[in-house]
Design a protein around this ligand. Structure first.
Ligand SMILES: Nc1ncnc2c1ncn2[C@@H]1O[C@H](COP(=O)(O)OP(=O)(O)OP(=O)(O)O)[C@@H](O)[C@H]1O
Length: 137
């Protein structure tokens, strides 16, 4: 299992903020290294930020785009957590509930991606459409 087991094997509470932050960053690193979809969504998020800067979107539009990007990453992370819990519990053997959990986790990511695409369409189609019209006329 590709995972960092070099860390000291702590199972008690984190009492310092910096310690909690270190583990939170580590979780993100693991998701980025091990989960292809998480990496895709990071790249798409960066692309959305670049396009937003290019079109000089308004503050309100920035709030929607930021929300759309972060909710996709959070749902992707929750899906990964559910997948890992199923694998840990089933030891990668078939279980009907494991199938339910994994398939529903995938649905959560799909719904959050659709939401992000709708937000992007609302914001960018009116900005891109005049450019396309200019090109074809
Ligand atoms: N332990 C299990 N028991 C039953 N069905 C499983 C189990 N593990 C996986 N499956 C089924 O196989 C599908 C693919 O499993 P997998 O763990 O590769 O999920 P995935 O969503 O493709 O993962 P990733 O997001 O990492 O690509 C699941 O959606 C589920 O239908």
């Amino acid at each position: 299992m590709p995972m960092d087991y070099n860390d000291k094997k702590q199972i008690d509470k984190n009492y310092r903020f910096l310690q909690s932050l270190k583990y939170a960053i580590n979780g993100g690193k693991i998701a980025f290294i091990e989960e292809r979809n998480f990496r895709y969504h990071c790249v798409l998020g960066i692309f959305a930020v670049i396009v937003s800067i290019y079109f000089k979107i308004s503050l309100g539009e920035w709030l929607w785009i930021t929300f759309a990007i972060f909710q996709v990453l959070m749902m992707e992370m929750l899906n990964t957590i559910a997948e890992n819990l199923v694998d840990m519990y089933t030891l990668r053997n078939y279980h009907p509930l494991g199938k339910k959990v994994k398939d529903m986790g995938a649905t959560v990511v799909l719904l959050s991606s659709i939401f992000a695409m709708v937000v992007a369409a609302y914001i960018f189609i009116p900005k891109v459409w005049p450019i396309i019209q200019k090109i074809i006329s």
